[in-house]
Design a protein around this ligand. Structure first.
Ligand SMILES: NC(=O)c1ccc[n+]([C@@H]2O[C@H](COP(=O)([O-])OP(=O)(O)OC[C@H]3O[C@@H](n4cnc5c(N)ncnc54)[C@H](OP(=O)(O)O)[C@@H]3O)[C@@H](O)[C@H]2O)c1
Length: 261
């Protein structure tokens, strides 16, 4: 399928690895010029994008990366607000009484406000170019589960942000959609020093056993985790005009984890 996006421009946040990197690589393969942002610049990202080192959990960081993107690309057609989850270090996986206000703020800054700040800064250019936006949420935005507390709440708010933006922007030719993955085989789960390792430790199981048991634990109908490339393919399709009348929808990609209709 020809997506017809060659020559367009894109800003992808959280692009050094995982889903964001797969999105940057897929866009580049389609002939899109990409600026990709994360705190660490990886060789994989540098191969396909102009890589920017920035902390996107701050308003200044989010604004500054949009400035770099505008300077580098001359304008932004596509924005992928992918950055999220967060660093497991120092993050409590406990309940409301275990988690301090600072952790709530950290989780909301990265999983909600980063998208708000980046979108606000990029919007004049996206409006001018009648571009499109995809926010990367999670099935946890619809399912009050998962740790740390605050993550599901922030993603639910991100879903609402996308819907509101779509209502506001569709009449101006800008499409906004949400993509909500279930468990994806990124370092978030596969790296013992990341979130998967913390969850394993909290449950007193070996990291490898946790990984092997995830499909059962999450009751994933397909029996496996989603691959980052599968999420990237959906996002890039939604950005393209092949999805020209898809507005304000939340697209679940979870191997059948969510059981509601
Ligand atoms: N993996 C899953 O199971 C899953 C499921 C549902 C939803 N999601 C969502 O999908 C998105 C991507 O997840 P992923 O699994 O690809 O995560 P990942 O592999 O941990 O990658 C996260 C990306 O964000 C960057 N990042 C993290 N904190 C940052 C900060 N403060 N400033 C700038 N960049 C930052 C990381 O690079 P640096 O560390 O170098 O900054 C990296 O490029 C997130 O929104 C997550 O909530 C993931």
């Amino acid at each position: 399928m020809d997506l017809g996006i060659s020559g367009k421009t894109a800003l992808v946040t959280g692009a050094s690895r995982g889903i964001g990197l797969a999105v940057a690589q897929t866009l580049a393969a389609e002939g899109v010029r990409v600026v990709g942002a994360a705190r660490n610049v990886t060789p994989e990202l540098e191969k396909v994008a102009t890589a920017v080192s920035v902390d996107l959990s701050t308003r200044d960081g989010a604004r500054s990366v949009v400035e770099v993107a505008l300077d580098t690309l001359g304008g932004i057609d596509f924005l992928v607000n992918n950055v999220g989850a967060g660093d497991p270090q120092g993050m409590s996986l406990g309940g409301l009484l275990d988690v301090d206000d600072e952790q709530w703020q950290t989780v909301f800054d990265l999983n909600l406000f980063s998208a708000v700040w980046t979108t606000k800064a990029a919007l004049p250019s996206i409006l001018e170019r009648r571009g499109s936006i995809v926010n990367v949420s999670s099935i946890n935005g619809r399912m009050p589960a998962g740790a740390p507390i605050g993550y599901a709440e922030a993603k639910a708010a991100l879903n609402q942000f996308g819907k509101r933006l779509s209502e506001d922007l569709a009449p101006h030719g800008v499409r906004v959609n949400t993509v909500s993955p279930g468990p994806v085989a990124t370092r978030l789960w596969t790296d013992p020093d990341n979130f998967g390792g913390s969850v394993a430790a909290a449950h007193g199981v070996a990291h490898a056993d946790l990984l092997a048991g995830l499909p059962t634990q999450f009751r994933i109908a397909s029996g496996r985790l989603t691959e980052p490339q599968e999420v990237a393919d959906l996002i890039v399709f939604l950005l393209s005009d092949r999805a020209a009348n898809i507005h304000g929808a939340d697209h679940v990609i979870d191997g059948g984890t969510l059981k509601t209709v």
